[in-house]
Design a protein around this ligand. Structure first.
Ligand code: F3S
Length: 401
């Protein structure tokens, strides 16, 4: 691979051993994809997981003196102050989260602990070359904003933040961003929840870059977030197009690069029903709790819930996961008061796939997000999946239809 003087200096240790390790890893990645050079990035998002392997890697780089040249935003772990105050944190989990905090602080990351940076805190411009990890972040950045990132892992995104470069391959090139699967949506797309279901059709859509047709002209940011998150729960997608909506798909010819689609897929309401049967516990049962915010909820969603439960009393705990920024706004706007008075909680910085939820082991929750239902299964927590209104109703009555 051809390297510039600065890139050679990074590799040869002029900026310390940590930066040299990061560069070495990135060159190896680049060579495996036959990249010819490294190109500068202007943004990064690191999907830290607050788990052993991730922490081992971050601490290794930190101890070798690495510092981020491009300040990355980071994914959630869990909110130490909230769970500690409730007496829900085991000593070993407390230590792990503290170490994660220290490692990423030392590396110079922006401690956002939020998995939807593309909505408010780290929004790229069209054509900007960036390094984003996190399953909903990569497709949103590529498809919705028209920025350019490969589907980085937490580790490669951290290396990119440290060196300020990525190897040039894959979605950084025009020709690799074109669609090759035509997905005709005939299902009723009546609310944001339907985009969760559409994203969960990854098995039927198959491997490649889908071009969706038949979707409304105006699609909410929440719906687009849901689509990307679930495409990467049911499959592996770093890019998609929506005809007449996303910027690189003004018409079919442009979206497909003047080529024929390799596959055509039709998605109907029956597909949504089949998917739901496969991923959700059956309804018509009592539930123990309600969880929203995987990916993290927006202020509009928090407000929607507050309006629905104002002056009511929840029968079951309701956890709304979001960023500390959105929680602060909810406090300022009085939404947090409404939700807490009803018996719910807005929890910042937290992901359902974290050890702080051990008190829910063996319990059954309800959520509108398949991703929320998917990961906690390994911790013995299971979910019924329903649309947002049905979930809110379940919190009020204690039962889900
Ligand atoms: Fe975000 Fe964790 Fe869900 S990172 S998308 S809240 S699994």
């Amino acid at each position: 691979m051809k390297l510039t003087d600065d890139q050679k200096d990074l590799l040869n240790g002029k900026y310390g051993e940590g930066a040299a390790i990061a560069m070495k890893i990135q060159i190896a990645i680049g060579e495996s994809f036959e990249a010819e050079r490294m190109v500068p990035i202007t943004r990064a998002h690191v999907a830290l997981s607050n788990q052993d392997a991730d922490l081992w890697f971050a601490e290794k780089l930190l101890n070798a003196g690495a510092k981020c040249r491009v300040t990355p935003t980071v994914n959630p772990g869990f909110c130490l102050s909230y769970f500690k105050e409730k007496g829900l944190v085991l000593e070993e989990d407390y230590k792990m989260m503290r170490r994660t905090e220290e490692a990423y602080k030392g590396l110079g990351a922006q401690l956002t602990y939020n998995c939807t940076p593309y909505i408010d805190t780290n929004v790229p411009n069209f054509g900007e070359i960036i390094a984003f990890s996190e399953s909903s972040a990569t497709p949103y950045a590529n498809a919705v904003w028209g920025a350019r990132t490969n589907r980085e892992g937490a580790n490669s995104a951290l290396c990119a933040a440290i060196t300020g470069y990525v190897p040039e391959y894959g979605l950084l090139f025009d020709e690799n961003r074109k669609g090759n699967i035509l997905v005709e949506v005939k299902a009723d797309m009546k609310n944001d929840y339907c985009y969760h279901m559409l994203g969960m059709c990854g098995k039927k859509i198959g491997h490649g870059i889908p071009v969706f047709t038949g979707l409304p002209k105006h699609i909410s940011k929440e719906a687009l977030r849901n689509l990307g998150a679930q495409l990467n729960t049911s499959g592996a997608y770093d890019m998609y197009h929506i005809l007449g909506v996303t910027p690189e798909a003004p018409d079919l010819e442009t979206a497909f690069g003047n080529k024929e689609a390799q596959r055509k897929v039709i998605i109907t309401n029956d597909d949504f029903e089949d998917v739901l049967k496969e991923i959700s516990l059956e309804g018509n049962r009592k539930i123990d709790f309600v969880m929203f915010g995987c990916p993290h909820f927006t202020l509009d969603e928090v407000k929607y819930i507050a309006d629905k439960i104002k002056d009511k009393k929840l029968k079951k705990d309701m956890y709304i996961l979001t960023s500390s920024y959105i929680r602060d706004m909810a406090i300022r706007m009085g939404l947090n008061d409404i939700i807490e008075k009803a018996g719910g909680s807005i929890i910042p910085d937290t992901c359902p796939d974290q050890p702080c939820w051990h008190h829910l082991k063996g319990k059954i929750g309800v959520t509108e997000s398949p991703k929320c239902a998917y990961y906690p299964q390994r911790r013995g927590i299971y979910f019924v999946i329903r649309d947002l209104d049905t979930c809110i109703e379940a919190a009020l009555t204690g039962e889900v239809k």
